[in-house]
Design a protein around this ligand. Structure first.
Ligand code: AMP
Length: 488
């Protein structure tokens, strides 16, 4: 193998350096990069070992390095302080990197953002474009808050790559977003409404999208975005890879998945009914007129300094804030009637510990990603069992522990039963607290009692049927087009 030389690859302070040899004899340098990736991988793994990078590693645990991620991404993850991939990351990343469509059931707080963002960044970065970038990755989010959090995560994860992104959502001036798009971005994180606006105005092209993620698809459904989603999906190329992430899998989401995904891999962690083990959830039987007094008592008595309170209505949320302020407890509300800037302000004040309490409605709270919320207080019991799971999942994030307090008045007792049957767990019954309801507490819920169909087995059988059906279609003829064309 004449003229074939080996280049030394040196890893220096975390940077990869090619040690180029000098040639003075005029022969042309032929470089055969047989497996540069392999060499890099080995050297990097060695370096991690040498530096006891994961001193306390448990060898049984899968590490990020085992997931075929490229060095710039591994390095960015390390900078975030992530030690091990979460279960959804372990399952989803390798499949996504293979270009598979995914139907993923994952709660918020499970690390799902990295589960879809890391492979998207890697796949796009491995296949760079010549000249100006254009949108090749699209992530759809139901809310502005979630979109901007996903945008922030992408920014951190892609920092050491050439991938650039823009976040677009409504409620703010579109001009800066348009300017970003014009400069050329690889990934667009968007809420459906503003995305469609910009597409219609000719600012955003969809015909070169290679990977698309639908995040929190169930919430998209709740918020009435399903028609927009269908419109958007019709615009992307047939061969685009699609990943659908949802915390729950209601019927309409399974139907949508059936129409848009091709031979999807199903990945699920924490079935929707499960609540994170590290959350201690207790119920306080208290009548409506006493709820506020109980709240004040708990905030003071337990010295709670970072609480997220849920109210079923916007009006209720405002009322709670007003009363808290009267008690000199710093608080803000976040709900659909607040302007985008007011919501952002409240969120950032809460994040930075400038206010003690954030009062939210369910939709507004979706996607709030604040790691150190110690208490979630359901001032009103949620009237949907799955919402309960989402609400309390705002605490105990990223492996921390947290408490959830549920205020249950007489009219809300059926909700308690539904929640306990869904989660197959009894909430802890709080003891020795003031303002306890005079109505005798209900008997413990019979967890085996009449229950909606067991969700996980329902989900499994639906998914199995879906993938069987999908197998009948060839990879080439994307069903979604057939379906959508029929409905045009
Ligand atoms: P998500 O479910 O994507 O909203 O993520 C929840 C939180 O977990 C975010 O604050 C992430 O930064 C954090 N996170 C994601 N992946 C990991 C990991 N592997 N290790 C530790 N924290 C993580």
């Amino acid at each position: 193998m004449k003229n074939l030389r080996t280049l030394d690859v040196v890893v220096n302070n975390g940077k990869v350096v090619l040690d180029l040899p000098e040639y003075s004899d005029g022969t042309k340098l032929k470089i055969q990069i047989i497996s540069l990736e392999k060499i890099l991988e080995e050297q990097l793994t060695d370096q991690f070992k040498n530096e006891n990078f994961h001193e306390d590693i448990n060898d049984d645990k899968i590490r990020f390095e085992d997931l075929d991620l490229i060095y710039p991404i591994l390095e960015a993850i390390t900078q975030q302080g992530y030690e091990y991939p979460t279960p959804i990351q372990v399952k989803a990343i390798p499949l996504a990197l293979k270009g598979k469509d995914l139907l993923a059931t994952a709660q918020t707080g499970s690390g799902k953002t990295a589960a879809f963002s890391l492979p998207m960044i890697q796949l796009l970065s491995n296949n760079p474009v010549k000249g100006k970038s254009y949108p090749r990755g699209l992530i759809l989010s139901p809310t502005r808050e979630l979109a901007s959090q996903i945008g922030e995560s992408i920014w951190k994860y892609s920092e050491l790559t050439d991938i650039r992104h823009v976040t677009i959502y409504g409620g703010v001036n579109q001009k800066p977003q348009v300017r970003h798009l014009q400069r050329g971005k690889d990934i667009v994180v968007a809420t459906p409404g503003r995305l469609l606006d910009l597409i219609n105005q000719g600012h955003m092209e969809m015909d070169r999208i290679e990977i698309m993620v639908l995040d929190e698809a169930d919430r998209m459904l709740d918020m009435g975005f399903i028609r927009d989603i269908r419109k958007i999906i019709k615009m992307i190329p047939d061969m685009a890879q699609i990943m659908l992430f949802s915390a729950t899998m209601p019927k309409q989401i399974l139907e949508l998945a059936d129409q848009i995904l091709v031979n999807p891999e199903n990945v699920a962690v924490d079935p929707p009914a499960s609540t994170v083990d590290t959350i201690e959830s207790s119920v306080f039987f208290v009548e409506k007129s006493d709820k506020f007094e109980l709240l004040i008592h708990l905030l003071y008595e337990e010295k709670i300094n970072k609480a997220l309170i849920f109210s079923r209505t916007k009006h209720g949320a405002n009322k709670i804030v007003k009363k808290l302020l009267r008690e000199h407890i710093s608080a803000s509300a976040i709900h659909g009637n607040k302007s985008q800037s007011a919501r952002e302000k409240a969120l950032s004040e809460f994040k930075n510990n400038e206010i003690q309490v954030l009062v939210a409605t369910d939709i507004a709270a979706r996607g709030i990603d604040i790691d150190d919320i110690t208490h979630v207080i359901n001032f009103d019991m949620s009237n949907e069992e799955e919402t309960y799971v989402h609400r309390i999942g705002r605490t105990a994030r990223a492996g921390k522990s947290g408490k959830a307090y549920n205020f249950c008045d007489e009219s809300e007792r059926p909700y308690l039963m539904a929640i306990e049957r869904l989660t197959q767990k009894h909430l802890i019954r709080a003891e020795n607290y003031p303002f306890m309801s005079r109505i005798a507490p209900p008997k413990p819920t019979d967890l085996e009692g009449k229950q909606r169909k067991n969700k996980s087995s329902y989900k499994r059988s639906r998914n199995e049927r879906n993938s069987n059906k999908q197998r009948r279609y060839s990879q080439k003829s994307r069903k979604r087009n057939t379906h959508f064309n029929k409905n045009k």
